[in-house]
Design a binder for this molecule. Structure first.
Ligand code: SF4
Length: 252
């Protein structure tokens, strides 16, 4: 069974395809917590939960009463009928971590239908969970934004960086790029070495760095130091356009 958290039709706000009209489908659950990002949100049960800016899609214990259980691929496919979409649209699968469902037959059927109907499938993933490209060739047609977590996430290194998985996703997919969330403090703490250690696993994959922040104020605070960092390292700067425009509003 899969859990659907939310869906919305907007523009991609981050990474290589910033600005592209995209249908976002957010699935519930993640293999990490990333409490280092220090975002808090009040759950339906009243508990203040610590995590990343999508903690409401990560923490099953406190937020799953708002998640919709999905038992058939058609339930996901029917989301596309709710919007006036172009014939072929970018469908961004995000979370949480969407690849926790990588072997789920409902999910595979959904991906195959999207691909067969001409849509472009883009995964927003933390890059720690592999997919079976041989068994499920649809993954070879997908784009992967590899948002590999850095030490500022406060996740264990072994859990967040798996070189074999990074290599597999980057080399077997249609396209992949790295997308790192970086704050001013981490730049000063020498995070460039961390990034270089990750890039060793796929040196030709493009790098996009975006400012950490669940709010416009936080994104703005981290933007200029990050631009200087990108200029020095030759990495691409990626804005977080949706946060800059809509701040902390969800589903836009
Ligand atoms: S991996 Fe991504 S979705 Fe999961 S907790 Fe970390 S930042 Fe949030």
């Amino acid at each position: 069974m899969l859990y659907l958290v939310e869906h919305f039709y907007s523009i991609q706000g981050e990474g290589k395809y910033t600005g592209r009209p995209s249908l976002f489908i957010r699935l519930g659950g993640c293999n990490m917590k990333c409490e280092g990002f220090a975002c808090t949100e009040t759950a339906p049960d009243g508990v203040e939960v610590l995590g990343c800016d999508t903690v409401y899609a990560v923490n099953k214990e406190h937020f799953s009463q708002n998640w919709v259980p999905i038992n058939k691929a058609t339930e996901l496919l029917s989301i596309l009928d709710l919007y006036e979409l172009p014939d072929a649209v970018d469908v961004v699968l995000t979370g949480g971590e969407p690849l926790i469902y990588a072997n789920d037959f409902i999910f595979i059927e959904f991906l195959n239908e999207l691909h067969n109907n001409g849509h472009r499938i883009c995964f927003e993933t933390n890059g720690s969970l592999d997919v079976d490209f041989k068994k499920y060739p649809v993954y070879k047609e997908c784009i992967f934004a590899l948002s590999v977590k850095l030490s500022n996430s406060k996740e264990n290194l072994r859990k967040r960086v798996n070189g074999d998985v990074i290599y597999s996703l980057a080399t077997n997919s249609k396209e992949a790029f790295f997308k790192f969330s970086i704050d001013e403090e981490s730049i000063n703490l020498g995070l460039e070495v961390e990034i270089e250690d990750i890039l060793i696993h796929s040196p030709k994959t493009e790098v996009y760095c975006m400012p950490v922040g669940g709010s416009k104020a936080e994104v703005e605070k981290n933007t200029e130091p990050l631009i200087e960092f990108c200029k020095a390292k030759g990495y691409n700067f990626s804005d977080r356009l949706h946060i800059r425009i809509w701040d902390q509003n969800k589903g836009v």
